[in-house]
Design a protein around this ligand. Sequence first.
Ligand SMILES: C[S@@+](CC[C@H](N)C(=O)[O-])C[C@H]1O[C@@H](n2cnc3c(N)ncnc32)[C@H](O)[C@@H]1O
Length: 295
Amino acid sequence: MTSKRKDVGQNPVRSGIKSGVLNAPLGEEVSARVPGAARSVLIDLNAGDGAIRDELPWEKGPSSGLMAHHARFERSEREILAILIEISEDTFSRLAENLAAHLPEMECWKQLEETRDHVTWEVPGWPRRTLIAWNADSLEFPVRWFIRPDDSVFLNHDPNSPEDWSMRPGLIGEITRILTWPRVRSLTTFIPAAGMLKGGLSRERREIWADRITDLENTLPPQQDMGLFRINGDSSQCSYLLTAPGGWVDKTEKSVQRAFNRYERSFRKAWLRQDPEGFRELKDQGIYWKKELGS
Ligand SMILES: C[S@@+](CC[C@H](N)C(=O)[O-])C[C@H]1O[C@@H](n2cnc3c(N)ncnc32)[C@H](O)[C@@H]1O
């Protein structure tokens, strides 16, 4: 018998899992669990307005709060740099306001600089902890200016719609080429919305998701794998796409598992390099209706 659980899209479970899937790798990045890196660089390609949501505390909810929380990690001996990018001017000014409201509550961040297109905060002392929020387009942002060969890099990519896809093809390769070790991981959260009766996307728009994922597959450096995870019992097919160096696949999967365990939810998954057929099947099932796949 199939269980009649409430659709996860109707309650904060989806947001909670999303924050959890982001929280775990950020924690790993700034701690000793990513060995050998002199600095952790956390990049949010879709920072949003940084508003509190779904009753989660600020440092556990929006990606900017999670990044600020991990970027101040005092027990780490390495430098930490968090870069938050938001394209919309209005949303960016709300983000700057929310940073100004919440960072002082952490009792360590001090504002260094505020200009029209960016704000900079730091935790005074050594090793350096810096957070910069930019009003910019992630598709054109010169990420390479900020990366050093001894960095470990984490990218958060959280587009609202297929048209908002904000990770340019080849970005992971661009960063990998600068690094001495291929220590770059990314998380993309996306909602194909195939199964929704109301609010579902047209086939044309869903195909944009498929094309962007194919771009990512085609430009992924050979030392990287890409895992697709989808929440079971979510009519919107909320999905997470994680890229990681081959040796980090198990660690990455365990951290996703922990986030789902907290909400007692299960998922389906497939890794591109290990199971290309399974990956393609899971991708298609999220994006297309059954009858579209049959046609
Ligand atoms: C789903 S929201 C982000 C939510 C945020 N990550 C959070 O956890 O609260 C997506 C955001 O991405 C922004 N955005 C869309 N395209 C962008 C781009 N090319 N560069 C930077 N930001 C972009 C949108 O303006 C929107 O604020």
